[in-house]
Design a protein around this ligand. Sequence first.
Ligand code: DOR
Length: 434
Amino acid sequence: MMLLKGGRVVDPVNGRDGSFDVLIDGDRIARVGRDLAVDGATVVEIPSGLVVCPGLIDMHVHLREPGQEHKETVATGTAAAVAGGFTAVACMPNTSPVNDNAGVTEYILKKASEANLARVYPIGAVSRGQQGEQLADIAELRQAGCVAITDDGHPVATAMLMRRALEYTRMFDIPVIEHCEEQTLKVDGVAHEGYHASALGLRGIPGEAESIMALRDISLAELTGGRVHVAHMSARQTLDAVRFGKARGVRVTCEVTPHHFVLTDALLAAPVPYDTNVKMNPPLRDAADRDAIVAGIADGSVDVIATDHAPHHYDEKQVEFDRAPFGITGLETAVSLCFDRLVHAGCVSLARMIELLSVNPARILKIPGGALSDGAPADISILAPDMNVTVDVARMRSKSKNTPFGGWKLRGGVAATIVGGRVVFVNGDSRLRL
Ligand code: DOR
């Protein structure tokens, strides 16, 4: 047994925010209470200022295995996850082959159990091979362990396919996660359509390419009663679409990424013009979009913060902006960005940050976690809100280093990560001794 003594426990589901002890028995939480004294338990003193909370869950991660192991593997991706404070990740199906059948799902789960770090919840494809033609065998995927379906990387190709996916998933009450992008409007765009893309001669992608697709899918969720989850929302128009859907009682939820609430398309021009580490899909948008997204986080319109951790090899990114793949890593910078830019900036409370990073992803995916309840799996993140962090790319666990945050100085970090009662990460820079 392990007794975490004296931390500030923040557990919104159980209405706790204060000094409590947490008793872990094997892989479960035995009790949370004040001044617990337990014979035989190993006592871990939590230094003052640290926060004990339900394990963080990143519901949008690309682990790249099978098929793109030069970018990331389940083992390196889950090592990055626990170093970033995440006890669980949901992984996207745009692997090679695509996760559109039980064989691939089982392979990912086997790799996850071998790595034995963060929990891994695979997300299956909507369509076979993500080709946008025939539905994948969703019942088979669900039975094998998938917690949602998506064609992420691409939108669900047609309204009819989306309708069928929403109808079919109602049987299992799992969400269809949508990469909202109206492709005839996006065409071959590579950056946000605006001043900076024009000045640099880059083809633009307007915010409406995202919001038009979100509106299609919200309408179809209303038609079918299915659940749609808008992935990596970047544009103010899409936020309006989600608010519209929620006001009508449509079963729509949404996530935003740290890069979209922190960065803008001004980074296309400076400090490094054409830096491919600021190329992602959806693109960084302008300051009005970024501010709208922050307002949506603060007012409750946004349900989840997810990273869209998209590792790419150095050689793949080291090319002209047009030719580089979309995506940046995110698992090891998310918590620091949330603390620095949301909590310390006075935009959200710590409890709300934990709702966005733990409570709501667990609720949307219907997976264990999101609360420090008696008898629940002992998945716990220990956070250090005041830790001074300098983002050191060389020390990152991810196999890929494609982040624009290298060298950033941020206030707030991760002290330790506990999965199923096992300490899987301790930050040597924290005052925690585990
Ligand atoms: O930037 C992105 N990268 N956006 C996506 O939708 C896909 C992802 C990837 O797989 O690299």
